[in-house]
Design a protein around this ligand. Structure first.
Ligand code: AMP
Length: 369
């Protein structure tokens, strides 16, 4: 097993996961003269298009994971739902960044929120829900509106359901929709803005945060990211970055992470920062950094996991940046976007433009308003 400090251009980075995040990490790695080996279960994974080596196997195929890790110099991942046994199998054969404990903490909403509150950082109020009695008690304690979520495997609004303040309440029927999955009930946070802090921590403990960005969702899927976040006070931005730093340090994190936060306006004083979730990986709300920042989140992640110095996260020329996701058939507009001056088009090379599928994104640099 090689230690991270030995990694030089020419080494091989292993990436678990073959989606667009893995693809963009691989492209950044190539820019530093690294080779990439992707491990993914689907043989048409989009990251395979840009990688020298591939392993097609399931995430619970421990023997395949061990062979893969033994063939690379360092391993990272582009999504957080790797089973704990898989993370152990990887870490036994190669340095794994971010570490397995960061994965375990963040892949379960109950563990994650308990960890965040343990740092003295606010989340929505929450209760574990494993039965109808738990849900009834949790609703009595937290009140409505509230959001019921599966503890694991949720993304883009999947595995969650609003429980409205008005109307009839049938806890048994609500819980039946979750088919026995362990759940968590969260109080609804009356937020004015959703922001995220994308940041990196290096192997030497160095920390570099991008400017917090404002995220707009449509149908629970990220639609637009804007930076600087419009209407957010400098004091609130500094508090948000400080929270991301405490989280990264407490996890002994190495790599890029994203912390999604709600901002709740206060009648007197600065907005409250309430953490929603931590993504232990590069993040869709950081795609603007490819053209908008001196060091992209993908290049930054590669630097961190290789044990190299972090790069400058500053916005290029102090410009404002907007990133629009191309969801489903929006990617059909690619030719028109190519014709626009100043539009940076990224297509992920996915086959079918199904509704809700992230097919690409477009970034524009604008003068600060
Ligand atoms: P999540 O899967 O936890 O990222 O939730 C997806 C989206 O649902 C968030 O970006 C929010 O827009 C909304 N949401 C989730 N949890 C809450 C909450 N406790 N209060 C208010 N809105 C929420």
């Amino acid at each position: 097993m090689t230690s991270s400090k030995d990694i030089r251009p020419g080494a091989t980075l292993g990436i678990v996961g073959g989606g667009q995040l893995g693809r963009m990490i691989a492209l950044a790695a190539a820019n530093y003269g690294l080779k990439v080996h992707i491990f993914a279960p689907d043989d048409d994974s989009t990251a395979f298009d840009v990688s020298a080596q591939r392993t097609v196997a399931a995430y619970d195929d421990v023997a395949a994971l061990a062979r893969f890790a033994a063939s690379v110099d360092v391993v990272t991942y582009e999504f957080e739902n790797i089973p704990a046994a898989a993370a152990e199998a990887l870490a036994a054969k190669a340095p794994l960044h971010p570490n397995a404990a960061a994965l375990a903490t963040t892949q379960d909403r109950l563990t994650e929120k308990t960890f965040i509150n343990g740092l003295g950082i606010e989340t929505a109020p929450f209760r574990a829900v494993d039965s109808v009695a738990d849900l009834t008690e949790a609703l009595a304690a937290i009140g409505r509106p509230a959001v019921l979520k599966t503890r694991r495997f949720g993304y883009d609004g999947k595995g969650q359901r609003m429980i409205r303040a008005d109307g009839p309440l049938d806890p048994a029927a609500i819980l039946a929709e979750f088919a026995g999955a362990p759940c968590i009930l969260e109080g609804f946070v009356p937020f004015a803005h959703e922001v995220s802090v994308v940041a990196a921590r290096g192997a030497d403990g160095a920390f570099a945060a991008y400017d917090p960005c404002a995220n707009e969702h449509r149908d629970h899927i990220l639609a637009v990211t804007r930076v600087p976040a419009p209407g957010i006070a400098a004091q609130t931005e500094a508090a948000a970055i400080g929270i991301a730093r405490r989280i990264a340090e407490a996890l002994d994190y190495v790599g890029v992470l994203a912390v999604e936060m709600f901002l709740v306006e206060q009648a007197d004083g600065p907005a409250r920062v309430v953490v929603n979730e931590i993504a232990p990986r590069v993040h869709n709300s950081g795609h603007w950094t490819i053209e908008g920042a001196t060091t992209s989140q993908f290049a930054q992640h590669v630097r961190a996991v290789c044990g190299w110095p972090l790069g400058d996260p500053a916005r290029v020329g102090g410009m404002a940046v907007e990133m629009h996701n191309l969801i489903g058939d929006e990617s059909g507009d690619w030719a028109a976007i190519l014709a626009q001056a100043g539009a940076y088009l990224h297509l992920y090379g996915k086959g079918e433009a199904r509704p809700g599928r992230k097919m690409g994104h477009v970034t524009r640099l604008l003068p600060v308003a």
